[in-house]
Ligand binder design. Structure first.
Ligand code: CA
Length: 225
């Protein structure tokens, strides 16, 4: 994978780049948020490892600008241990995954490769459809009533799991395992954030909601009625 590391601590950035290269990835680094954003928009990498506290432009703003520009790159944010609100804010802003500092190289590589596997997974069938919602797996495009819905890579993954088995109820834990492959402790709050993000994009503004909450069980995607 081509990976851009936006991290202002030079030692940490060098350590991360070295580890990624050792595992067969191409990695470049930027130390300033604004410069990193420009680099990412000019030559979108497959994945960005994004620190949140950055000079130039902070990580949340970098993330917001990337998503505004509909840049489909996967983003892994680096958060300080215990900063739950940063993780929540980052996921809400469109991050695909997060890792708390300090982390081991093994943890980072596992996370990076899990994100890569999802991107490279061969689709089972090319087109999924539930009511007026369509998902083109080959081109990773989602439309509703023919209107394009821009999703982040992880939002797409969550929606794909739901659309592959319409009507089936998925528990939060099961969704976590399907999408994040349980290579780390994920709490169910992460799933809730992604469902909220998906509802805003997939259901808001349409007459019928497709994403349903089954109280104290989980979530299901199916036509209304
Ligand atoms: Ca920093």
């Amino acid at each position: 994978m081509r990976i851009l590391v936006i991290e202002d601590e030079p030692q940490l950035a060098r350590h991360v780049v070295r580890g990624l290269v050792r595992h067969g990835h191409e990695a470049a680094t930027e130390h300033d948020g604004a410069v990193g954003l420009k680099a990412a928009l000019e030559h979108p990498p497959d994945l960005i490892i994004l620190d949140l506290n950055l000079p130039g432009l902070d990580g949340f703003s970098v993330l917001a600008r990337l998503r505004e520009a509909k840049c489909p790159v996967r983003v892994l944010i680096l958060t300080a241990r215990g900063e739950v609100e940063h993780r929540v804010k980052g996921l809400k802003a469109g991050a695909d995954d997060y890792l708390a500092k300090p982390f081991s190289m093994e943890e980072l590589v596992a996370r990076v490769e899990a994100l890569g596997r999802r991107a490279a997974a061969p689709p089972t069938s090319d087109l999924l459809q539930v009511a007026d919602l369509q998902m083109d797996l080959q081109h990773r495009r989602v439309t509703r009533e023919g209107k394009l819905i821009a999703l982040s890579p992880r939002e797409f993954d969550v929606l794909q799991v739901l659309m592959q088995e319409p009507g089936r109820v998925f528990s939060r834990t099961e969704l976590c395992e399907r999408v994040w492959q349980r290579d780390h402790e994920y709490d169910t709050r992460t799933v809730e954030i992604f469902i909220t993000r998906l509802r805003k994009k997939v259901d808001a503004g349409f007459a019928d909601a497709l994403i349903h909450t089954i109280r104290s069980v989980g979530y299901s995607l199916r036509p209304a009625g």
